[in-house]
Design a binder for this molecule. Structure first.
Ligand code: PLP
Length: 497
């Protein structure tokens, strides 16, 4: 009886009265699907059962179901039943129903915060195979050790459910992950930290927001490099900071300009990616590191050091992070596992003195009560068992080879038309073009060729026209890189001024 009332109400047929035409049922289905009350994949009662519940002839329901199936709203599967079509875009149903939801309360002006990258084009088929992407330097998820991940995730899930780790207030998994990360950061990045120095987040983005929100007061000056990571400066602007820039050269950030700036006004912090500068890939020279740390102490500003792909260094030993200097008190160090395991495992961290970590954790509760305990347990085990280390070692070999393939293709395809430097590490190349090439136009032509490439202008906080592109090479196999460069070459040919 309860069910009967529910379906009549769900299909807008009136709660108590009996009877309905097949058109009424069809219109009810379209409304329920278009406004999400019947979600994709939702099962519908069988025709006999539905007819009884609606108080109509079974034939009426059959006709309504058939018509809805022809329109693509429903699918019938033998011996399983009838379902809302999971592959169906409800928009046209919406329109067909002649009833839209309309915009949010028209008088209400929602505040739009600064945005950064445009959306990536969908991963669809194009004339010449599939869309290809020169991303910012993501790893290749196809190289992940799937069997190991499956086993660890299954074990973590079982363990978490049995031990009650999935309850509010149980932070055991988080603590295990902190312990594992502290060990990893000590062993691979010379960061002598304890778990109390680590605030866990759901990726770099959240870590940057937390750190910046704790530091910035509206009107504060924040410094970034002339080319920098847009998701970072979008946060700083959203929090009301004035964003100033300093130059970068072949040795990284021009620290002298930071000093000049400090003489003119107080700065709250500088945001840097000193290991492999984003997007130019250069590493910050050792004497400039020293000088920057000294300036931070002298002028009392913080350094937000983001180290997004520390593990990948193909030329000798990596630089130790600024945060590894035992004397400093001003550095907030941020990283994530996105370049090791791909961006779906949302695990980032802030490394800082324990009092700041305590504040960040408290502030974080406004945004998220806690992280994903099962994933945290799995990641802690992966690190403790040495699986993450082994994966980095294995995948680095591929990435080093892919870098060579890309360099070779670029050399052959573009010759003197471009300039690039082999970076000391990281998963991307920074490539600049001669002035007669319009790189913005090239990015547009590349999209027509089925290749996504981001014009370097997007990395300029001041909106400067930049004749360069950042080409992530790790997420494409060697044969894919060859095809991607061929597409880039065709776009380049069409983009001379
Ligand atoms: C400079 C930089 N930082 C961080 C990330 C990763 O961000 P998250 O940890 O939020 O996935 C990327 C990914 O491309 C990046 O290029």
């Amino acid at each position: 009886m309860v069910q009967m009332r529910n379906w009549r109400i769900l299909l807008d047929l009136g709660g108590a009265s009996q009877g309905a035409s097949y058109r009424d049922i069809l219109a009810g289905l379209s409304r329920a699907i278009s406004d999400g009350r019947l979600p994709p994949g939702a099962p519908l009662p069988g025709t006999r059962e539905m007819a009884a519940m609606l108080g109509v002839n079974r034939k009426t329901v059959i006709v309504a179901y058939e018509e809805a199936a022809i329109k693509g709203w429903l699918v019938s599967e033998q011996r399983r039943g009838t379902f809302v079509n999971a592959a169906f875009d409800p928009e046209p149903v919406h329109a067909a129903a002649g009833r839209g939801r309309g915009d949010f309360a028209p008088d209400f002006q929602a505040q739009s915060l600064p945005s950064y990258f445009d959306d990536l084009p969908p991963n669809g088929r194009i004339r010449d195979g599939r869309m290809m992407y020169f991303d910012n330097g993501s790893p290749d998820h196809r190289l992940l050790p799937q069997a190991i991940l499956h086993r660890h995730y299954r074990n973590a899930l079982r363990d978490s459910l049995r031990s009650g780790r999935v309850r509010y207030g149980n932070l055991e998994s988080a603590q295990q992950l902190r312990v594992a990360l502290a060990g990893m950061l000590g062993a691979t990045r010379a960061l002598a930290v304890s778990p109390a120095n680590i605030c866990l987040t759901q990726g770099t983005q959240m870590a940057l927001h937390l750190a910046a929100a704790a530091l910035i007061r509206p009107g504060d000056t924040v410094v970034v490099e002339r080319l920098s990571y847009p998701p970072a400066w979008a946060i700083f602007q959203a929090l009301g900071a004035r964003v100033d820039v300093v130059d970068i050269d072949a040795d990284g950030c021009v620290v002298q300009q930071v000093e000049d700036l400090c003489r003119r006004r107080a700065i709250r912090f500088i945001y840097l990616t000193p290991h492999h500068q984003f997007p130019s890939t250069v590493s910050l020279r050792a004497d400039r590191r020293e000088k920057l740390l000294a300036l931070a102490a002298q002028h009392a500003f913080s350094i937000i050091e983001e180290d997004y792909d520390h593990e990948y260094h193909f030329a000798g030993r990596p630089y130790p992070p600024l945060a590894s200097d035992a004397r400093q008190r001003n550095v907030i160090y941020i990283g994530s596992l996105s370049k090791l395991l791909g961006s779906s495992f949302r695990c980032g961290f802030v490394v800082a003195p324990a009092n700041l970590v305590a504040t960040l954790e408290k502030n974080q509760h406004l945004l998220a009560t806690h992280g994903d305990a099962v994933m945290q347990k799995m990641l802690a085990d992966l690190i403790a068992d040495g699986e993450l280390r082994r994966h980095v070692r294995r995948s680095s070999k591929h990435y080093r080879a892919r870098q060579e393939v890309l360099l070779d293709c670029l050399q052959r395809g573009f010759g003197d038309g471009i300039a690039t430097r082999v970076p000391e590490g990281g998963l991307a190349l920074w490539v600049t073009f001669s002035e007669e090439v319009d790189v913005d136009a090239m990015a547009r032509h590349a999209a027509d060729e089925g290749l996504f490439v981001r014009s370097g202008s997007q990395f300029s906080p001041q909106g400067e026209a930049i004749n360069g592109v950042r080409l992530g090479f790790a997420s494409m196999a060697p044969d894919e890189l060859v095809r991607a460069v061929a597409r880039l070459q065709r776009a380049w040919g069409k983009s001379r001024r």
